[in-house]
Design a protein around this ligand. Structure first.
Ligand code: BG6
Length: 484
């Protein structure tokens, strides 16, 4: 199969950090179709050779599981080409068209890895240049807009130019191995289904913690913040994967219908819940892995008086028969104590205790997303220590460690999703109505913050965020998983 991948934002951060390494891994795994062309688009005036050299230099700096040897990179780089474009100029799209019509590829993928403010222009210009052929698929990176209105405007324009089944709204968290495995766990086994409900689950905690700060993306992050960057998309998609009903089959729309229902069932915000159940924070100077790091306001591109949040913790509920009353806690932030993304499902304690047991870490299913991925089932077992009293219990852990079970070499999230686009599989992509619903739900939080002079609460880099986060969960009588 021949295909052309046109990468708008071909010299941008996402391209260097995620897309090119993912494409290279697919090449190395032998899954990138052989008749491929990868065409980077950017403003710079670069020759193909120069572009290839830039990518190689970046590859040398990134942590690939196995650095490419020259021969391997040479073979990969033969697929790379570069087109210099000013995205507002129609004649530049004509140049792109010339390049694409040099051969009629079976599939053309337009990957929009630019600022979302450019999406509308790019899509309109693609249409004007006749580049919206039936063989074309368009990939839209997040964030898709900065609020409901801008999200709708983008989706509306794109829908004028491409059919919904040509549109791939990417959320790379859906491509993470443990998230895919969550679908397998829930819908491939009958074991958990009877327990997966309010009668048996006390609370669910979704944590996406990063050690990194905003790096060189300060200017972008200033107008985005953690709510738009992580909660509106990644965290809510995880919540959907945990909370959705079993879909009627594995087709994309069956899955997306169920995720949409979860988003529609999220408890609406009230003034009191906005004040009590949503916490925003901003990192100050601190230590990460023993090294001092600056505070957010001292980062490049960030205002010294910035009120952008780098941390959000919130409590919500899914108001339906399965979940009514079960708190779902979401927590995400930059410069936290560890790089750690996981979902913790805390089951209810036994209704009557006959053992002397400290529950602690037991009665819990942990879905680890990163840095390691896999599952841990925490149970209580009879203590096997002869100094212990005969009916003492000890917490034990059953592990499905993906590294041990499947080997450390894994198909990464971007690699998986890029291959899905090339092969036309929409299951792990987000439909426009899901996105809109997610924006509708976060908008009251944004409005509340705008009117709230208090601003984000400070937290020191290298901690788990503002202390109010622990107080929020303690009000329900629970604690975060690392505190138990
Ligand atoms: C991106 C956000 O979507 O996800 C970044 O824009 C964040 O700010 C990144 O760092 C986290 O992804 P991962 O896969 O490294 O957890």
């Amino acid at each position: 199969m021949s295909f052309d991948l046109v990468l708008f934002g071909g010299t941008g951060d996402l391209c260097w950090r995620k897309l090119m390494p993912a494409l290279f891994q697919a090449f190395r795994h032998g899954t990138l179709p052989s008749g491929a062309r990868i065409i980077g688009v950017g403003r710079d005036d670069l020759s193909d050779e120069r572009y290839r050299a830039q990518i190689q230099a970046r590859f040398d700096a990134v942590e690939l599981a196995k650095r490419p040897c020259n021969d391997e990179f040479d073979r990969f780089s033969a697929l790379l080409e570069f087109v210099s474009m000013d995205l507002s100029r129609p004649e530049h799209y004509a140049n792109l068209r010339d390049k694409l019509t040099q051969r009629q590829a079976d599939t053309v993928v337009m990957y929009l890895a630019t600022a979302p403010s450019l999406f509308t222009t790019i899509v309109e210009q693609l249409a004007a240049a006749g580049l919206n052929t039936p063989q074309t698929r368009v990939v839209l990176e997040k964030p898709l807009g900065h609020d409901l209105a801008s999200n709708r405007a983008i989706n509306h324009t794109v829908a004028q130019v491409f059919r919904e089944d040509q549109i791939y709204r990417i959320d790379h968290y859906l491509g993470k191995p443990s998230v895919q495995n969550l679908f397998a766990l829930r819908f491939g086994n009958a074991l958990f289904e009877p327990l997966w409900r309010r009668e048996h689950i006390a609370n669910i905690q979704i944590t996406i913690a990063e050690e990194l700060g905003v790096e060189k993306r300060g200017a972008f992050y200033e107008t985005t913040g953690a709510l738009r960057d992580m909660v509106q998309n990644h965290a809510l998609q995880l919540l959907c994967a945990i909370g959705m009903e079993p879909p009627i089959n594995s087709h994309a729309d069956a899955i997306r219908d169920e995720k949409l229902k979860v988003l529609r069932s999220l408890k609406p915000w009230a003034i009191e819940s906005l004040a009590q159940d949503v916490i925003r924070g901003q990192y100050g100077a601190g230590n990460i892995a023993g090294l001092p790091v600056p505070g957010y306001r001292d980062e490049q591109g960030v205002s010294p008086a910035s009120s952008t949040e780098t941390f959000v913790a919130l409590r919500t509920e899914i108001a339906n028969w399965r979940w009514a009353g079960v708190p779902f806690y979401i927590r995400t932030g930059k410069r936290l104590a560890a790089r750690d993304a996981r979902i913790v499902v805390n089951f209810r304690p036994t209704p009557h205790a006959i053992f002397n047991a400290q529950i602690g870490q037991a009665n819990r299913l942990v879905i680890n997303l990163q840095p390691k991925d896999g599952l841990e089932l925490h149970l209580l077992a009879q203590a096997q220590d002869k100094r212990q009293h005969s009916n003492s219990l000890a917490p034990v852990q059953l592990d499905l460690d993906f590294d041990k079970r499947f080997g450390a070499e894994r198909v990464g999230a971007y690699e998986r999703l890029l291959l899905d686009v090339i092969e036309g599989r929409l299951n792990l992509f987000v439909r426009s109505d899901e996105q809109e619903e997610a924006w509708r739900w976060v908008e009251p939080i944004l409005a509340h913050w705008q009117a709230d002079p208090q601003g984000p609460r400070p937290y020191a880099a290298g901690t788990w965020g503002p202390s109010a986060t622990s107080a929020m969960i303690a009000r329900d009588g629970f604690c975060w998983s690392e505190e138990s």
